[in-house]
Ligand binder design. Structure first.
Ligand code: HEM
Length: 183
């Protein structure tokens, strides 16, 4: 099995936590900074909290959608970016649906077309946490230029108004800036 990535909140780290919104459900304990460790070899002593997730294969995209997304997606790690970490849990009702029913909800919600409108401004990565026994099902990570924050804000508003988001029962939004930006 792939090593999970760890998102470690504490006093110090490369990302300063600029803002936290408990969008739905339980919040996360407050912390000043975030460290992301991709390969799981994380020393998390004294952390306020640690969230873990694995990068995995796509579940829902068709070949055409996958190709279109790949073509329009910028890389992560571009210099000068701000970031967002949004852990999400979906309800029991979601997990009781069959795969085709979940795909139909995502399709009616226009998750992929709405997402595409934010490309190439927003770089993204999805981590799966549910099978690790974590409290969140997904950790979603985004990077965008500070000037593109409005594009990201519009994306969030549009997605949260969808049928798919009626199945979201816990969501916390963390906005991050590089610690070197006057932390
Ligand atoms: C930047 C634009 C975005 C694009 C292009 C995009 C695209 C996608 C795609 C293609 C998938 C399906 C992956 C698969 O087939 O398994 C997906 C899943 C997901 N996305 Fe987005 N997305 C975007 C923004 C967002 C945002 C802003 C959020 C959170 C607020 C989000 C939350 C999720 C979640 C939780 C899943 C997993 C859904 C599930 O498996 O039930 N996405 N996204």
């Amino acid at each position: 099995m792939k090593m999970p990535a760890s998102f470690i909140a504490g006093d110090r780290g490369p990302w300063r936590i600029a803002r936290v919104v408990a969008v739905r459900g339980e919040p996360l304990d407050p912390a000043r900074a975030l460290t992301v460790v991709e390969d799981g070899a994380a020393a998390a002593g004294g952390a306020a909290w640690v969230l873990r997730g694995v990068r995995s294969h796509d579940r829902y995209t068709t070949r055409a959608e996958k190709d279109q997304l790949t073509m329009s997606s910028p890389p992560l790690g571009r210099p000068g970016m701000h970031a967002a970490l949004i852990p999400i849990r979906k309800s029991a009702a979601w997990w009781q649906l069959a795969q085709d029913e979940r795909r139909a909800v995502i399709e009616r919600s226009r998750h992929f077309p709405i997402g595409l409108e934010a490309l190439p401004a927003v770089a993204r990565r999805l981590y799966h946490s549910r099978d690790l026994g974590e409290d969140f099902d997904f950790l979603t990570w985004f990077e965008f230029a500070p000037d593109d924050a409005p594009v990201f804000d519009r994306l969030l508003l549009a997605l949260r108004a969808t049928e798919e988001w009626r199945y979201v029962d816990r969501e916390v939004e963390l906005r991050l800036v590089p610690a070197s930006d006057g932390a």
